[in-house]
Design a binder for this molecule. Structure first.
Ligand code: MLT
Ligand code: ZN
Length: 452
């Protein structure tokens, strides 16, 4: 890049942090699925909020579109260029301030990984309420941009429920700072809540004040073998009624487990395979095993069970669930294809019907379907292998099915570029107008008439 913008950006962040070599930029240009991406004009790696502000202002002055990027673990193409944008990587903003144990809060930079936040919280005797398999690479900024959910939503809520305050750079480079110094604050609009889930369309998140939760030192994980998804829904209802210590309820199928076993070489959890599995975890200050056992006592739907309380045993059971994403990607690559990943949610009562109808549509199209997800929220990760990367006919049919059942076409991964064409399925014209109006209001104001 030998233009004036390159010179300006180099002056802001230094030559080492304006990347243009295709060998180096490649990893910033394609998303994790391999389905979305394009060439970047350049990748810029600012060191702090001040540099992000200058970079964004320079890009705005040059009318150069910007794509903010965290750990690039997104699955909907929201953090990668489509062609010609400046990628602003937040990876160097990875500070984690000392935990405020009195307020149960931590201030972090957007580039801090989820794992780093967990480590800091644990060292202070606390925990962070959002967790998922990509924790070692996914960054706080990305999780805020997508309002990421994960495996603890049933206990602590999604990311929006953890964000007490936010720092972000607006489209013209101004820094919006809404500190989360106190958990109760009814002063004006909830801008942190608005920016959470805005996927970089309103501002570039540079830092956050995050709520921490009590650490639960004692845990038990049980992998339940079941005959159907309807049974999984019924068992979950029973567990929710019987214990307040439930901290995860993850659902997968025999097909998914077969892929995981083939891709990872893990030993099967049970002597025979079952149609459906429900992984549940209970956590608390004291061993919750007896409470979980009592809750499951006499539940005929549970055909077999594997239980672990020690850390390696729990991790071994979690691996059957957490390694689904990698196993599905391996399967898709083996057939020289990519997985179409649709993160949706349906009302729990409609989940068995959704699963059956989704299978029917995929069978008719000659595609392979693997579903798994976060059962308590009806959050289904729909993975379709077979159609070409740019053939979205089956995607459209499945998303329409979700909408018809009263569900969400994006539960926790965001809209990105993957689902913009289907926003109308669950957001009517007035809703889309209101969102567009908010975006316009936060964009560069030509006359700056509204500036204080
Ligand atoms: C998960 O729950 O494992 C993630 O959302 C990733 C995925 O959908 O593949
Ligand atoms: Zn998920």
């Amino acid at each position: 890049m030998s233009d004036r913008l390159a010179v300006t950006l180099t002056g802001i962040v230094g030559a080492d942090h304006v990347l243009t070599d295709p060998q180096v930029t490649r990893r910033y240009e394609t998303d994790w699925t391999g389905r979305f991406g394009g060439r970047a004009r350049c990748v810029v790696r600012p060191a702090d909020t001040g540099e992000v502000s200058q970079v964004v202002a320079a890009c705005a002055a040059a009318a150069a579109p910007v794509v903010p990027q965290g750990g690039n673990t997104g699955l909907v193409g929201g953090g990668v260029p489509r062609g010609g944008e400046v990628v602003v990587s937040l990876a160097r903003l990875h500070t984690v301030a000392p935990v405020d144990t009195d307020a149960a809060m931590v201030t972090v930079g957007a580039g801090a990984t989820l794992a780093a936040v967990h480590a800091a919280a644990a060292a202070a005797g606390l925990a962070y309420g959002v967790d998922f398999a990509a924790r070692d690479s996914a960054t706080v900024g990305g999780t805020i941009a997508t309002n990421a959910g994960g495996v603890r939503v049933l206990r602590h809520g999604a990311t929006r429920a953890q964000v007490l305050g936010v720092e972000a750079v607006l489209a013209d480079g101004r820094v919006l700072r809404r500190p989360g110094a106190v958990p109760k604050d009814a002063t004006g609009y909830d801008l942190p809540g608005l920016l959470t889930g805005s996927e970089g369309t309103l501002a570039v998140v540079t830092g956050a004040w995050l709520r921490l939760v009590p650490r639960d030192p004692a845990r038990v994980v049980a992998l339940l073998a079941l005959r159907s998804t309807a049974d999984a829904v019924a068992v979950l209802a029973r567990l929710r009624a019987a214990t307040r210590r439930l901290s995860a309820a993850e659902w997968f199928t025999g097909d998914g487990l077969d892929l995981v076993l083939a891709a990872t070489g893990l030993a099967p959890p049970f002597p025979r395979s079952w149609p459906t599995y429900l992984l549940v975890e209970c956590a608390g200050p004291t061993d919750p095993s007896a409470e979980l056992a009592a809750a499951l006592d006499g539940v005929d739907a549970v055909a077999d069970v594997a239980v672990a309380t020690d850390r390696p045993g729990r991790a071994a059971l979690w691996a059957y669930r957490e390694r689904h994403t990698e196993a599905i990607a391996t399967t898709a690559t083996a057939t020289a294809g990519v997985a179409h990943k649709l993160d949706v949610a349906v009302p729990l009562r409609a989940l068995p019907a959704f699963e059956a109808q989704a299978h029917q549509r995929c069978d008719e199209a000659g595609a392979r379907l693997v579903v798994f997800g976060h059962l308590a929220e009806g959050n289904v990760h729909v993975n379709v292998v077979g159609p070409a990367a740019d053939d979205d006919r089956l995607d459209a049919a499945l998303l329409r099915l979700v909408a018809d059942l009263g569900g969400s076409i994006s539960a926790e991964h965001g809209i990105g570029v993957a689902k913009t064409a289907w926003l109308h399925l669950t957001r009517d014209a007035t809703d889309r107008w209101a969102m567009a109006a908010v975006k316009r209001a936060l964009e560069v104001l030509p006359d700056r008439a509204l500036l204080p």
